[in-house]
Design a protein around this ligand. Structure first.
Ligand code: HEC
Ligand code: HEC
Ligand code: HEC
Ligand code: HEC
Ligand code: HEC
Length: 288
């Protein structure tokens, strides 16, 4: 194919490269910002957002996407490895208007298959006066050290399990409650993120009598639609496991695991985090 103007493609590319510096490079991106705002620059550089187009998982999925440009609208709107300053502050230059929270986040965190902002607005956090920055920029609202699940330690203690055995005419039923303190659903995002509850009945000698798994998160259906099965903020979820003593089980173990990667619970995701773990003796409960 011939490039416009009758230039050979190689010459056309060279001409584009040579004309690039004439473009107003400072209008978008980070160009120059860091020189005058070194703290914001240094803090933001270590966030997941600054590298949103750089992870191996993203690069792999991008290569397989039908419309890769659409992915970059949220992951690296200005090109490069991820978000830049102007993706939140706009291209207008000083004086910059305040970034609306959560409105300014909704562009990327509330879209088909992304419901973090919607679930926040519908949940109890706004009524408590908590916004995104209270939890994701704790203690330093003017800073740029946006933290989330990909920051080691962030997930510690975010969810709790409670377990009891209820006597029923048809036999005992184990009841497990999962609650969390995120300001939106758990998991807050969609892409591959999931929380798994694994419930295991253990025999007296420690061997597994039975095991069941429940996945919470979004699921991308083959027809392209998304199905939501997340844990809502506030009351959480309550699940029932009938006949916990089946297979000779005398103890019940419940584990709650946060996975970053899609796919089943096994094999383990190398980055996965154990959110909580509980054990309950069934025999003692029964003879009480
Ligand atoms: C994810 C969105 C986001 C990105 C990206 C972002 N900021 Fe901010 N910035 C905010 C929010 C939110 C505030 C606080 C609310 C407000 O006043 O706008 C803020 C405030 C500021 C302020 C005023 C308060 C302060 O910290 O001195 C400066 C300056 C600033 N940002 C510079 C930058 C620079 C430079 C970059 C790029 C390195 C950047 N921001 C990237 C969201 C962002
Ligand atoms: C030549 C130095 C310089 C450069 C370059 C610069 N800023 Fe600023 N910026 C300032 C000063 C000075 C202030 C005044 C308030 C302060 O000290 O934080 C400011 C304030 C801000 C604020 C607070 C709101 C406002 O407008 O007063 C934001 C947001 C901001 N800058 C973002 C940016 C972004 C984004 C870039 C890059 C596109 C950038 N700045 C580049 C010097 C600069
Ligand atoms: C231009 C799109 C865009 C905007 C605007 C945006 N984000 Fe993000 N954000 C992303 C993307 C993409 C990721 C995923 C990064 C990754 O994990 O690779 C992300 C990730 C996050 C995370 C998870 C970080 C982690 O460590 O796992 C938090 C928290 C977050 N954003 C908060 C905010 C808040 C608060 C605002 C508004 C002030 C905001 N974002 C605005 C695109 C955006
Ligand atoms: C009360 C605290 C709280 C508030 C308010 C809050 N979050 Fe979160 N957020 C969390 C916790 C805890 C997690 C980790 C568990 C999870 O994924 O839900 C999280 C996770 C996230 C993630 C990562 C999702 C993923 O699956 O990787 C993003 C993105 C995010 N929050 C954005 C936001 C935005 C945007 C707002 C404002 C609309 C907000 N959060 C409000 C506590 C909060
Ligand atoms: C509407 C904005 C938006 C669009 C469009 C989007 N993403 Fe994302 N993506 C996010 C946000 C926000 C996150 C952070 C976690 C979450 O909320 O699910 C994320 C997280 C991811 C992650 C996990 C990041 C990691 O390193 O663990 C991958 C992979 C990903 N996206 C791939 C893609 C691909 C491929 C496309 C295009 C087919 C795409 N995304 C389109 C907003 C978007």
């Amino acid at each position: 194919m011939n490039a416009p103007g009758g230039l050979s493609p190689a010459v056309a590319v060279l001409a584009l490269l040579l004309s690039a510096p004439a473009a107003p490079a400072a209008a978008h991106g980070d160009a120059g910002c860091r020189a005058c705002h070194p703290l914001a620059g240094a803090q933001f550089a270590q966030t997941a957002m600054a590298h949103a187009a750089g992870s191996p998982d993203f690069i792999g999925e991008l290569a397989a996407a039908d419309n890769p440009a659409r992915c970059l609208d949220c992951h690296a709107p200005g090109g490069g490895a991820g978000l830049a300053c102007t993706d939140c502050h706009g291209d207008g230059g000083h004086p910059y208007p305040a970034v609306a929270v959560p409105g300014g986040c909704a562009r990327c965190h509330d879209a088909p298959g992304e419901s973090t902002v919607r679930r926040y607005l519908a949940g109890p956090a706004p009524l408590r006066g908590e916004d995104c920055l209270d939890c994701h920029l704790p203690g330093e609202r003017a800073g740029h050290d946006f933290r989330g699940p990909s920051r080691p330690g962030f997930l510690a203690g975010v969810a709790r399990l409670r377990m009891l055995v209820r006597r029923e005419p048809g036999g005992p039923v184990a009841v497990i409650q999962v609650r969390h303190r995120a300001g939106h659903a758990l998991p807050g995002g969609t892409t591959g993120r999931a929380v798994w509850l694994r419930v295991t009945g253990l025999k007296g000698d420690g061997r597994v009598a039975w095991s069941e798994q429940v996945r919470f998160g979004w699921e991308h259906l083959p027809d392209g639609r998304w199905r939501e099965a997340t844990i809502p903020p506030g009351g959480g979820v309550m699940l029932e496991f009938p006949r916990p003593q089946r297979g000779g089980s005398v103890r019940l173990r419940a584990e709650l695991v946060y996975r970053f990667r899609p796919g089943p619970l096994e094999p383990a995701d190398p980055r996965q985090v154990l959110l909580d773990r509980l054990e309950l003796a069934l025999v003692e409960q029964h003879t009480e």
